[in-house]
Design a protein around this ligand. Structure first.
Ligand SMILES: NC(=O)c1ccc[n+]([C@@H]2O[C@H](COP(=O)([O-])OP(=O)(O)OC[C@H]3O[C@@H](n4cnc5c(N)ncnc54)[C@H](O)[C@@H]3O)[C@@H](O)[C@H]2O)c1
Length: 362
């Protein structure tokens, strides 16, 4: 299956291709007029996919590879510097090409290098994690962490095209698969009730990684992200809705220091935000309980265990949606309709966290 999605950006539109094998990769790459290509990847992805991708680089392009240690710790300016060095040594110029082969860490880093080296080289994104397919490869945000602060240095930069191939998912660790699924569930909750219900109906096929179901799911999630990004390419309004589950999620992620990976913390944040929505008479009670329980079959947590919930609220002070001392959050008017609500009370958040906090009967 192939579906081209036009995403408007200041440069041009770009296509997102959806495939379930590698048959078209070479042809797509041939559409770029470059004599050299730098394949940027990480140590895990390289092990499984570097050879396969190199085989699909057109003979007219001389291929180089830059590989860095997998993981968020590599998403920094030191890695960027090393890539600049490799590009300089091999005399890359503005007509040469960068390919990002990897998850969001590779994608964000390589896109930032492409944006800044010699004031910009063309790049192509080959996202290999579920999260990078449905989230980070769409929307044009690139960048790296700086002094431990996430995405502190970056730019909006847009690829020539994004190539999503579900075959990459065959080697993705299970936990990383469900990590990405949390963002997919979020897409249904904030924008599309029918899609949310489809996800529930297709739970078995998704967990079994049925190729057709994955393709439908990924392309639909990309369409949802595209529609939000299209309306607000530089994150001045509607794009904030994509932050559903992230205010409390980020604080939980920071508080538990690695116990929950991002998507797991987002799932917890979605449950907490849905609880607040219910208590504000926005969401029906049955909907809240359904949302909460629907994360479980996808191996995502719905409870935490701590005796210091206040510390989690303290960590929310750093959320980018806050204004002054107010904590602002994305809530649900109903399933499929999200809204940014200002000045959420500390007591409301505490009650939502108490609801998450482990009890024997849950
Ligand atoms: N630019 C954006 O709009 C945006 C949006 C969301 C997240 N992000 C960023 O994305 C990053 C998270 O992305 P991620 O979850 O993909 O993390 P990641 O890139 O670290 O990938 C997760 C793990 O899976 C491995 N992996 C990836 N694909 C694989 C495959 N096919 N087979 C085997 N192993 C594979 C990686 O090596 C890594 O160990 C964060 O840095 C986050 O800030 C960016």
């Amino acid at each position: 299956m192939e579906l081209n999605v036009k995403i408007p950006c200041d440069k041009d539109n770009y296509n997102v291709y959806f495939e379930s094998d590698f048959k078209r990769l070479k042809e797509l790459l041939s559409s770029i007029n470059a004599s050299k290509v730098m394949l940027i990847t990480d140590t895990n992805v390289s092990m499984h996919w570097e050879k396969k991708v190199l085989l699909n680089i057109p003979e007219s392009m001389k291929a180089f590879t830059f590989k860095f240690e997998a993981g968020e710790a590599s998403k920094n300016l030191d890695t960027v510097n090393l890539i600049y060095e490799a590009l300089t040594e091999n005399k890359f110029n503005r007509t040469d090409l960068i390919i990002a082969l990897g998850g969001g860490v590779v994608g964000d880093t390589a896109a930032y290098v492409a944006h800044t080296f010699k004031r910009g080289l063309p790049f192509i994104a080959l996202p290999t994690s579920l999260l990078s397919m449905v989230d980070s490869s769409v929307g044009g945000k690139s960048g790296v962490d700086y002094k431990g602060i996430k995405n502190m240095v970056g730019a909006f930069s847009f690829p020539e095209f994004v190539y999503i191939n579900t075959e990459f998912l065959s080697t993705l660790p299970e936990r990383e698969f469900y990590n990405g699924f949390a963002e997919i569930m979020k897409h249904g909750l904030i924008k599309d009730e029918e899609y949310y219900l489809w996800l529930i109906d297709n739970m078995y096929e998704i967990c079994e990684k049925d190729p057709d179901t994955l393709l439908k799911m990924i392309s639909h999630s990309v369409l949802i992200k595209k529609s939000v990004v299209e309306n607000d390419p530089y994150e001045r309004g509607e794009r904030a809705l994509l932050n559903f589950g992230h205010t409390i999620g980020h604080a939980i992620e920071a508080y538990f220091k690695g116990e929950y990976i991002h998507g797991e913390a987002v799932a917890l944040g979605c449950v907490a935000a849905s609880y607040i929505s219910w208590k504000r008479n926005m969401l029906e009670m049955e909907d809240y309980y359904e949302i909460r329980d629907m994360f479980v079959p996808f191996n995502l947590p719905i409870t935490i265990k701590t005796d210091d919930l206040n510390e989690i609220i303290e960590l929310m002070k750093f959320d980018k949606k806050n204004t002054g001392n107010e904590i602002n959050m994305v809530l649900l008017n109903k399933i499929g309709e999200a809204v940014l609500v200002n000045n959420i009370g500390r007591d409301e958040i505490l009650k939502a966290l108490e609801e998450l906090n482990f009890k024997d009967e849950v």
